[in-house]
Design a binder for this molecule. Structure first.
Ligand code: GCV
Length: 670
């Protein structure tokens, strides 16, 4: 009896330990037993020690030799891995390349892809020299559009106390090839550049350096006034120029490999050069000149729009395209992937391709501001790959991703949101990788290599972004989000005194005739900003792809789309399809139970329940609201609404821009 009791207690303890071990904190770098590799490194250094130790702890194959070797084809960070007679040879011109190679070798092992080392072996060279995360972290610990807890940076404790998570963060980034980070929000506090904070930044930079990660800061353009006490921040003013030069000098004395500045200027209330009658180029160049002696760069954001008559989707182009060729060589213009703002689906921003004389970089959003926060499973590689179908990887210089990382134990809130951090890094390294390959890698490292799990769950991942588009904003609809927090649907939203372009009706323009924003040559003519062939395709309602049809056209409710259905019927079917997809995801996930630890299984299961209810909420809210204009019946083959419009119109979620609604809060308010 006693023995049985001990056995039962032992098993219970084991299962508790198993649950605790799978809280997601290890990301895709879960520790494995049984490795004891022999690793030879050319010398000791912080970076090489990390590379060698990673291999010693996890590599289960033949001895590995790390070799530093000149090789022009590999650039600064590339590497080669090959099998020799009795060992594996990993070579690179640089220490960081060896570190990336070590992580790559382990990735091949963990994903059971070691056969790639056969023959010639593997050669990897990153597509971009700059693969950077943008944190929208505030100095008070909140994260704008962050849904995974508080900021990782404990500013109050820095520089004296260093959390273990700083190194774990650097390691995770290095393992997927991310080599830079902007620590603070683009809505930047001038305080960030104070001597006190720069000391804190230095402490973080010191932790990150061995992992090949350089630190950048977002700066407030008015810092010379707000921090320096000057009467102006005019970029042509001598005292202002001096202030920035002195500040750059101070920064580089502390952080010799400091990367540079990210700037949001004259956008959503942020100060900028236009406040002083200067152009974006004049503002960016002044900062670039201050950083140039130290090889620093300026990433100048093109996310600008004002409450003018011009269609918001056209504004960044109108303001920036004429400045082509006017920026210093150490300025990169950072452009969001789409012309508006990280909507579930946007056509690509036409600024790409329109500034051939200016270095450009893309800004993706990893955090799911407009994709269900960290409640919804939405794998974003397909969205970023879609961008690269239109913008050739070689036409841009760098890739930035707005981080989804916070203080939560599992880093990203939703266990599957980790895959977006992972995918961002992998795509920034190699945009040619497919969404499928990346999902496959991530699943195998994060859960199990068992194909019975990987196959169906990968399918969920690959379909998930399209499902979100369908239940939120199909056919090119955009910005139907609730005011402020951007979580739920509010296509009816009206706020006294609000800027029109902050309201959904500005975008959907539903009326008795139809729905959609006429951006054709008969409307705002945004189509003309695209290259001729695409412009012609988008401009013509009969050739515009269904995915973008309501982005570019105001379409009559009874117009037949390429699918053969009328617009209204197609809209209903798409919304319904989104809901059906999530239902399917639930079924697939439930069958994954036996392959996954209980903790992560249950977490994803309950998040899928929230997603399911949210999908129905979106479908009912949008269809019932738009039906008031179309006056057409919801086709009888799709699921009937379960809500009524008036009660949905009363839903208010009391959350800020820093929060993801909990199930309890959703249940209480909806
Ligand atoms: C950091 C959107 C977001 C803002 C964000 C802004 C930007 O408007 O809602 O929170 O501000 O984009 O990218 O600057």
């Amino acid at each position: 009896m006693k023995r049985r009791w001990i056995l039962t207690a032992g098993l219970a303890l084991l299962s508790i330990l198993k649950m605790a071990a799978e809280d997601g904190s290890h990301l895709w770098l879960r520790p494995h037993q049984g490795a004891n590799a022999q690793v030879t490194a050319p010398r000791q250094s912080p970076t090489l020690d990390i590379a060698a130790n990673e291999l010693r702890q996890a590599w289960k194959g033949a001895p590995v030799t790390l070799e530093l070797k000149k090789d022009k084809q590999l650039g600064q960070e590339g590497f080669r891995i090959s099998r020799q007679a009795d060992r594996v040879l990993l070579s690179s011109p640089n220490e960081t390349g060896l570190l990336y190679g070590a992580y790559h070798l382990l990735r091949l092992q963990e994903t059971q892809a070691l056969s790639r080392l056969d023959g010639e072996g593997v050669t990897e060279v990153p597509a971009y020299g700059l693969r950077i995360l943008n944190h929208w972290d505030n100095l008070d610990g909140t994260i704008e559009r962050g849904y995974a807890g508080q900021s990782l940076w404990n500013w109050d404790e820095l520089p004296g106390k260093l959390s273990d998570r700083y190194e774990a963060y650097a390691r995770a980034n290095a393992s997927v090839g991310i080599n830079a980070t902007v620590l603070n929000n683009v809505n930047a506090s001038p305080q960030m550049l104070s001597t006190e904070y720069l000391q804190k930044v230095k402490a973080l930079a010191d932790v990150f350096r061995p992992y090949g990660i350089r630190v950048f800061l977002s700066v407030n353009f008015a810092s010379p006034m707000q921090l320096g006490g000057l009467s102006t921040a005019d970029p042509l003013d001598k005292a202002v120029i001096r202030w920035w030069k002195d500040k750059a000098k101070e920064i580089y004395q502390l952080i010799p490999d400091f990367g540079g500045f990210l700037v949001k200027a004259n956008s959503e209330g942020q100060p900028g050069p236009c406040d002083f009658g200067r152009t974006h180029a004049e503002g960016a160049n002044m900062l670039a000149d201050a950083l140039k002696p130290y090889k620093g760069i300026v990433m100048w954001r093109a996310f600008v729009y004002s409450p003018s008559d011009a269609d918001r989707a056209k504004q960044a182009y109108l303001e920036f395209q004429p400045l082509d060729g006017r920026f210093r060589s150490n300025v990169i213009v950072q452009i969001k992937n789409g012309p508006i703002d990280f909507q579930p689906r946007e056509p690509y921003s036409p600024l790409f391709g329109a500034m051939p004389k200016t270095p450009l970089m893309v800004e993706f959003q990893i955090t799911q501001e407009y994709l269900g926060h960290s409640n919804h499973l939405a794998y974003l590689a397909p969205m970023w790959k879609e961008f690269f179908q239109f913008v050739t990887p070689a036409s841009i210089q760098a890739v930035a991703g707005v981080s989804n990382i916070g203080s939560d134990t599992n880093w990203c809130g939703h266990p599957f949101a980790q895959s977006n951090w992972y995918a961002f890094g992998r795509l920034a390294w190699n945009p040619e990788l497919s969404s499928d390959e990346i999902a496959d890698e991530w699943l195998k490292q994060t859960f199990t290599t068992d194909e019975a799990f990987v196959g169906p769950v990968k399918e969920i991942m690959l379909e998930s972004r399209e499902a979100v588009v369908d239940y939120m904003m199909p056919l090119g609809l955009h910005h139907l989000f609730a005011w402020g927090h951007h979580y739920g649907p509010e296509p009816w939203c009206s706020v006294d005194g609000a800027r029109p372009d902050w309201l959904p009706s500005y975008y959907h323009k539903a009326d008795a005739e139809g729905i959609g924003f006429d951006r054709s040559s008969k409307g705002s003519n945004a189509t003309a900003q695209y290259p001729a062939e695409l412009a012609a395709q988008y401009d013509n309602l009969s050739t515009c792809p269904d995915e973008y049809v309501l982005w570019f056209h105001h379409v009559p409710w009874t117009h037949r789309l390429q699918s053969g259905r009328t617009l209204w019927d197609e809209l209903c079917h798409r919304y319904d399809n989104g809901v059906q997809q999530v239902k399917k995801f639930q079924k697939v996930w439930d069958q994954a139970e036996k392959y996954v630890d209980l903790q992560r299984f249950q977490e994803v299961q309950s998040l899928l329940k929230i997603q399911m209810r949210d999908a129905v909420w979106w479908k009912d809210a949008c269809l019932l609201y738009f039906q008031e204009f179309s006056k057409l019946p919801i086709p009888y083959d799709i699921e009937r609404p379960i809500h009524n419009l008036r009660s949905l119109q009363k839903v208010q979620l009391p959350i800020s821009n820093y929060e993801c609604p909990t199930e309890e809060l959703l249940n209480k308010n909806r």
